[in-house]
Ligand binder design. Structure first.
Ligand SMILES: NC(=O)c1ccc[n+]([C@@H]2O[C@H](COP(=O)([O-])OP(=O)(O)OC[C@H]3O[C@@H](n4cnc5c(N)ncnc54)[C@H](OP(=O)(O)O)[C@@H]3O)[C@@H](O)[C@H]2O)c1
Length: 322
């Protein structure tokens, strides 16, 4: 069994790959899973740096096998288990959120309550890449942002992990979708259903001033503050990056519109519905790069560069065909 662990907080050299011989016994509420796909999220890099709330809360309880998104195959269940899962089931989940994590492993014990079965027509790669990005997109648009049919939604960082899923979900819900991304990603976003696209480099999106009923801000900071001008009266922005949320909210103090923050929550029903959408070809999770688990540091470097298209995955048991 191999793991990629944070051994101290800092740059990518703090991620250490190792072979572990310790095979922990299963608790009554766990399944042992051979992990085939892990997706890398910006929160993983912030944990590794020691800057986010999970790292600050966990403190020096290191080393830490991080990672929240995984898909794989159940290889063992508790001795007296009588539930719906069986050995051989393909499952995925947003696991151990926020203080345990544990997805960066080739084999792991995961809470049964964090797992869902992957439907027949959904590939294991799409399922493993989905959980945090998919749930964030869904919750930002519909639970926090309350997007309605025929409303206009602006999505920033639209080509990234959360953004490219949000574009598709918003379009599928009957909204007019305006997507912000660098020019090179405009054809990708049009293919996913964006009605209009604008480059953030030269203020192109100012042509949408006062048009948005909802802005999904996936960049935060000054970008979010500039995009407040896109809001119609009495409309709303969901500012997803937690680190700058308070500053963005403060900048909107004298506006009629509201700035809302959020922290993604695990939700099995929502995850199941998103997997069904993939199976029905109504949702596509784009995977731009894959790495072996031992090369996870390369994935962190790309994510930190801030221009990921879709998702990056790790393959803890080697190449996965589907
Ligand atoms: N609150 C929560 O619970 C929660 C949950 C999930 C994610 N998040 C946060 O939400 C943010 C997005 O997550 P993600 O997974 O989608 O990240 P991601 O995949 O790393 O996003 C990368 C995208 O950001 C775009 N981008 C970079 N700078 C930009 C700018 N100034 N304006 C517009 N787009 C820009 C890039 O577009 P180009 O390549 O076109 O430049 C790229 O496509 C991150 O900050 C993440 O930490 C928060």
């Amino acid at each position: 069994m191999s793991v990629l662990q944070v051994t101290s907080y800092g740059d990518v050299s703090c991620l250490k790959f190792s072979q572990e011989t310790l095979d922990l016994p299963l608790a009554d509420d766990e399944a042992k899973v051979k992990v085939l796909v892990v997706s890398v999220n910006p929160i993983d890099t912030k944990i590794r740096q020691g800057t986010n709330f999970a790292a600050k809360t966990r403190g020096n309880r290191l080393p830490w096998v991080i990672g929240y998104d995984m898909a794989g195959e159940i290889i063992a269940l508790p001795r007296d288990y009588q539930g719906d899962f069986k050995i051989g089931d393909k499952v995925c989940g947003m696991v151990g959120f926020p203080l345990e994590a544990g997805a960066y492993t080739s084999v792991g014990n995961f809470k049964l309550a964090d797992l869902v079965k992957i439907p027949e027509n959904c590939t294991i790669k799409q399922a493993g890449a989905l959980p945090i990005a998919g749930l964030t997109a869904y919750q930002a648009l519909f639970e926090v942002g309350k997007l309605q049919r025929d409303e206009t939604v602006v999505i920033s960082a639209a080509a990234g992990g959360v953004g490219h899923i949000a574009v598709q979900l918003a379009k599928d819900a009957g909204a007019r979708v305006l997507a912000i991304a660098s020019k090179v990603n405009h054809p990708f976003l049009r293919k996913l259903g964006a009605d209009e696209v604008a480059d953030y480099a030269n203020d192109e999106c100012l042509r949408w001033q006062s048009e948005a009923d909802l802005v999904i801000d996936l960049v935060g900071g000054q970008s979010a503050i500039s995009n407040l001008s896109l809001l119609n009266i009495n409309s709303r922005m969901v500012s997803v990056p937690t680190m700058s949320y308070q500053a963005v909210k403060l900048a909107a103090t004298n506006l009629s519109s509201e700035v809302l923050g959020m922290v993604v929550k695990p939700n099995l029903k929502e995850l199941q519905n998103l997997l069904e959408k993939i199976a029905q070809k109504k949702l596509y999770v784009h995977i731009s790069e894959s790495f072996y688990l031992k090369d996870g540091a390369k994935a962190h470097t790309i994510i930190e560069d801030g221009h990921t298209v879709g998702k990056i995955i790790l393959l803890p048991n080697g190449i996965v065909r589907e």
